[in-house]
Design a protein around this ligand. Structure first.
Ligand code: AHM
Ligand code: MG
Length: 331
């Protein structure tokens, strides 16, 4: 993007994530390095989860756990493993004072009250795909806390609104493992090199194509969608667009980000507010898509402008190539 610093533009594909983070930090002379360290902690957690996922068929961590999370959904063992690993990495890292996770009803206080940041996350998204070897992902969103340093974090730190995110991103555990993130200065993607144990810059300055030929929606719920969504899906068929739906938000989003396309999770009669969660699914991906030149809407306005009211609130979401998102809300 135009806003990228000369230093970042000078970095070639092939540098390590650590080097990239250090370089980005050096563009801000007063940066303390805490956000950089937090990003490294997230990358470390991603590597650990990647290892667990890759062993899932060999050790007994795939499949259902027989318990439900706070949303009343069946938890997978890997969901729980990922949650534990992420929380541990962020606690040990020391930069985060509290964490909001899809898997826990209340915020988790890390004990690091001096930490300047809070993180909202879905440690392992795509639960229906976890134990069948299909792409899944981690989604994260970072805020600078608004409560005083050295005191406990509170709900106010998490309900600041999407535009206050200082960084957001996701880790895709797919045919390769990728970390994609933004600190509000464009979007970059790093592919995990297993032999080196490092994330390597592979997708520099990702730009969402203005339009694409892919639409991603669960058409099984078609008759339950609002009329404008039904109209839009009809238009996609008339235009012979390709339907591609993994059922893993990170995978569907990532493909559309690179190739051009739209992901839709509308309100339904069963879920009038949609299924996806605002704070740790919609906001971070909306931040990424805007940073890459795309758009995210709830059908009325920008996702990032929604005023949050509770930790686990849901929202309909239409996200991807800008012209396609504009078209669905007008359909
Ligand atoms: P989860 O957080 O329980 O994994 O649910 C979120 C997932 C998304 O990854 C995916 O896009 C969507 O739910 C699929 O839902 P559906 O099966 O209703 O199409
Ligand atoms: Mg999820």
């Amino acid at each position: 993007m135009d806003t990228k610093t000369a230093q970042e533009l000078a970095l070639p594909v092939g540098v390590t994530l650590d080097r990239f983070i250090m370089h980005s930090q050096s563009a801000f002379p007063y940066a303390t390095g805490e956000l950089s360290q937090l990003l490294r902690d997230i990358a470390l957690a991603g590597k650990i989860i990647n290892r667990e996922i890759n062993r899932a068929g060999l050790v007994d961590i795939a499949g259902g756990n027989g318990t439900e999370n706070v949303q009343g959904e069946n938890q997978q063992k890997l969901d729980i493993v990922a949650n534990i690993r992420f929380i541990r990495a962020l606690k040990n890292g020391g930069e985060v004072c509290a964490i909001l996770s899809e898997e826990d009803e209340d915020i988790i206080h890390t004990g690091n009250n001096h930490g300047k940041y809070v993180v909202a996350m879905d440690p392992l998204d795509g639960s229906s795909n976890i134990d069948v070897n299909v792409s899944i992902g981690t989604i994260f969103s970072i805020y600078r806390r608004v409560t005083p340093i050295n005191g406990p974090a509170s709900i106010d730190d998490f309900l600041q609104g999407g535009r206050k995110q200082v960084a957001a991103g996701y880790i895709l555990y797919g045919s390769s493992t990728m970390l994609v993130y933004s600190t509000g200065d464009g979007v970059n993607g790093f592919t995990f090199d297993h032999s080196l144990g490092e994330f390597i810059l592979s997708h520099k300055n990702i730009c969402s194509p203005a339009k694409g030929s892919i639409y991603s929606v669960n058409e099984g719920h078609f008759h339950s969608y609002p009329a404008f969504v039904q109209n839009y899906i009809g238009q996609c068929k008339v235009k012979n667009l390709s339907a591609r739906y993994i059922g893993s938000l990170v995978g569907d989003f990532h493909r559309n980000l690179l190739k051009g396309g739209i992901y839709l999770y509308p309100s339904t009669k069963k879920d009038p507010k949609g299924k996806l969660r605002l704070l740790y699914e919609c906001y971070p991906l909306a931040f990424i898509i805007e940073q890459s030149g795309g758009k995210a809407s709830d059908g009325f306005g920008c996702i990032l402008d929604i005023i949050p009211t509770s930790f686990h609130q849901r929202s309909p979401v239409y996200i991807g190539s800008i012209e396609m998102v504009d078209a669905v809300v007008k359909a």
